[in-house]
Every structure is written in structure tokens, then in C-alpha cells.
Design a protein around this ligand. Sequence first.
Ligand SMILES: *Cc1c(COP(=O)(O)O)cnc(C)c1O
Length: 413
Amino acid sequence: MSNKNLPFTLDEITAIAEKYPTPFHIYDEKGIRENARRLLKAFAWNPGFKEYFAVKACPNPRLMQIVKEEGFGMDCSSLPELLLSEKVGVVGENIMFTSNDTPEDEFIKAVELGAVVNLDDISHIDFLEKCAGLPELVCFRYNPGSLKGGNAIIGHPEDAKYGFTLEQIFEGYKKLKQMGVKRFGLHTMVASNELNPQYFVETAEILFDLVIKIFTELDITFDFVNIGGGIGIPYNPEDEAVDLEFVGEGIRKAYQERLIDKGHPELKLYMECGRMVTGPYGYLVSKVRHVKETYKSYVGLDSCMADLMRPALYGAYHHISVPARLDAPADKLYDVTGSLCENNDKFAIDRKLPVMEPGDLVVIHDAGAHGHAMGFQYNGKLRSAELLLREDHSVELIRRAETVEDYFATLNF
Ligand SMILES: *Cc1c(COP(=O)(O)O)cnc(C)c1O
């Protein structure tokens, strides 16, 4: 079970919604910081441990600054993400650049910033050398193929477009060595929204075993192993959060037995989680616009799937709270919808909620990752504002809502 408490009182959120029109996303700074510290503590046994925040989950520089203050680096995969990272002062090897189908200008910027470049394909070795020169440190993304069982969102690794095959990994490192690269990293990313803690221990084991094979066959020692992101969050109150201490301890044991005891020198363990860093600490706050009774009962909000696409895209569950009616019985069956001309624009289908009325504030939980980030303007919907709930409960506007002028800004008419 996971709790679905709100970080603000009814009076607080009512006052916030009076100042900042709904809909908006609001992020809980205290929750983000405490969770970041918990993650770092679980891996404190590894002196070089680093978590690179996957910027795509919530690309707001104010939030990036907060996790930077906690000691995180940034995992970027596009030019704008690299530029955001630079803007918040995260450069050099505090950036992991994990991209695929990468254009030249992105490699050039990544190398210019001194980022750790993680190549997605063996052909990118020559491509990178031509466009930006090979840095002294290079990492490969390994795709374990059928060696690793599938995960619900990412699917089976052998069907995934990412990474090197096992054969290419050996060929690639051999080539890097010949080309004068001095330092090496190994990466994989095979899960998304995975709640089974054992999955991450097994991923680390696969990478550690591979490190030893390469170490033995090619006489290469590794600077780091990056086990990727993918730690899931308990969207459903019945889900259990990933036990970070279990993951940390399991990987510590594997590290000792499979790497150190086999003669490989100490190396740094990296992770690049996005979802679990901001996901549970972001809330989409809306107002009920209309209540409609036809063949079913509908609550129409002033937000829509442009503010949070996951329910429409994946049929994902997002918990919904009605702050003014927390004590009322949740005994009315509703579809909770947005106003997009798409019938899948629904935040919940057949959800038992308290009886609602127009004007009620509605809070959609776990919207802090792939929420605002996945926003779009289809149907002339404008992206909403982002607010930060500070630790002292003051509120900061960290991104204003889009206006009609923004919508027209790119037109040439
Ligand atoms: C999306 C992504 C991540 C982060 O994944 P989460 O599920 O948000 O933890 C990390 N690395 C790469 C390469 C990604 O594409």
C-alpha cells in the first residue's frame, strides 16, 4: 500500500487556486528533496555513486536546480535538454548524454560541455569522431536482448530499438581502445515503471558479469556502470513503492561478489531515474467545470490530456482526490474527462469518487513525471502553469501558463 496524502491543506490549495488559475501542476519541494536523499543513502556504500536525473521526466530548470543541490547530475537526450542542464550549471561529467538516432549538433554540444557520451550504436563511434572528435571517456548502451525478460512499458529488449548487441559491445570497446579512448563506461536501460526491486539487482548483475568478461578478454577496466532508470512509482494505492534499501543492498552484494572479488578495481555506480524523482511529488490541480448525466456520469475538468496524457495513452491509473470532500463517501461512479474532442480524453473511467459539483477543486496525483512534460497543443489546448510548493509552503510560479499569443507565435500568417 502507498499513501495518497496531499502536501497541502484544503485552505492552502484553495488560496493557491485563487491566485493562480487552474489548471496547474504543483510540485512538492520537500517530497522531492527527501526522496532524493533516500536514494543517495541507499547507495552511499559506493563512493562514486551518482544519480543522473532523466530530464525528460520533468524538464523544468527550477526542479533540476533542486535535485542538483541534492547532488544529482542530469541525463539528457536532446539539444534543448543539454541547454537546460547548462543553464542550471550542470556541465562536464555531471551530464550523461544518452540519446539515440542522434543528430550531429547534439553530439557536438555534448562533447563541448564535457558530458559523458553514451553511444546507442556501433556506427556512432565513427559518426561521433567525425563530428565532434572522440572524448577520452566513452560509454556504450548495451541491449541484453533475450538475456533479460521483458518489462510492461519498455517491452522485450530484443524488440527495443536501443543499444548494442553483445557481439557489438566487444567489437566496439576493442575499437575504442585502438582509437585511443582511455576511459570506459557501460550502460543499459531495460525497464520503465518497474516496481519489482529484484529487477534492478538482476540488471546490475548482468552488467557486472559483462564488465568482467570485457575486462578479462580486452584488458579494459571500467570507470562506471550505469544501470539506467526505470524505477516505478506506486500510481495505484495498492502498489508498493520500490524498496530502495533492498535495491541498494542487493547491488552492493553483487558488486562485491561479481566485480571486486573477481579482480576488477572499484568503479562508480550510476543510475538515471526520472519518474521516481519527481513523479509522486507533482499534482495536477483542476476545477470541475461541468457535471453531466447521460448514459454515464461525467465530471468535466478544466484540464485535459494535454496536461497529463498517461491515462489516455496507456490507460494508466492516476489517483484522484477532491480536497473539499476527503471525508465524503466515494460512492458515485464517474468518468473524469477533459474537454478535448477525443473520447479517450479521460483521467479516469468508472472511478468511485465523492459526489461533485462545478467549482470543486480536483487533484490528480503522481503527475510530476511525464505530465506537463508530455503536453501538447492539439485542439488548441494550451499548456498549463507549473508551481513549486516550497518547504516553507510558500508558492513560486516556475512556468507560466501558455497564452493564445504563444499558440500563434510560430505561425507565419
Ligand atoms: C526515460 C529514460 C530514463 C528515465 O527513465 P525513468 O523511467 O523515468 O526512470 C533513463 N534513461 C534513458 C535512456 C531514458 O530514455
